[in-house]
Design a protein around this ligand. Sequence first.
Ligand code: ADP
Ligand code: MG
Length: 337
Amino acid sequence: MGEFDLIERYFKAPARAMNKHSVNGVNGVVLGIGDDCALLQPAAGMQLAVSTDMLVEGRHFLSTVDPYKLGHKALAVNLSDLAACGAKPLAFTLALALPRADEAWLAPFSRGLLALAAEHNCELIGGDTTQGPLNICITVFGEVPGQPSQALLRSGAQAGDDIYVSGTIGDARLALEVFRGNLELPAEAFTQARARMETPTPRVALGLALRGIASAAIDVSDGLLGDLTHILRQSGVGAVIDTSIAINLIAIEAINTPATPQFNLQKQLEYVLAGGDDYELAFTAPAAMRAAVQAAAAASGTKVTCLGQIQAEPGLRLVDGQGQAVPNHYSSFDHFK
Ligand code: ADP
Ligand code: MG
């Protein structure tokens, strides 16, 4: 199978089939795969939101991962960035380096990728395919109302705002620790944690519902405290986080399982605060928006939890349920540290 057969069979033909089912023109795709460029026409008054995320074997995923799930995750992490900006997905491109044209890998990879794309009506409109160490780079295009822009940014948090996180966090890290051989989990808990790590759900509907409500937002990819720090720095503010609320944000209470005597509250809190790979949204909103935040959460079918407040004084402070200071020795993932 040559390069062009590969593109035709696994990407172009299925993308074309998907386009037939979408309402023509709604997602702004004027021209898809096949020419030197794709053409996008954002609707009147809309701004294009653009984001790129790369997945490298051995760094972002294990070589043994199911290719269907990898296809899902490669697009999910990109859609998560659109969600964090309150952007509606339109289309994406795929740059793929493959060690070889392995149909047993390509078929499920493309199915997992395009199934999530169809769910979000986000069309594959182009890319590049080359031989090399496995590397998956996706660029997504979305739209937000412009003039003035309704995009949710990292820079809008203000003193007094509440801090929220969607869904549950820390579970992906649990699965990673099992894969690393540092932890044992009962089979059912491991299946749950593994699904969180391998097939994250991008919070697109929540991001859209938070337009005009959230003051700042980010997706949690490297760990809650580290990602929150980006909001604090870019907004020029500080924050206090209640660890007694945070600790309950892990879905799998590994501490309660007899198989994990080595696990303790300290570790559980570390996974919640610094775990990474959760792809939930962390966001801030004025206290006057509390009812609106809960309505957005309900409308998008996503749980949100308030776990702290923005403060004028820079820095991130952790407290326990009684308001007593808790030392912060949690560090997020950094590729070069
Ligand atoms: P070029 O010569 O301009 O680099 P290519 O021959 O690499 O173009 O690609 C041919 C067409 O197929 C282009 O429209 C390109 O966007 C698309 N394409 C290439 N690889 C992929 C891929 N992995 N997924 C989707 N579209 C792709
Ligand atoms: Mg090319």
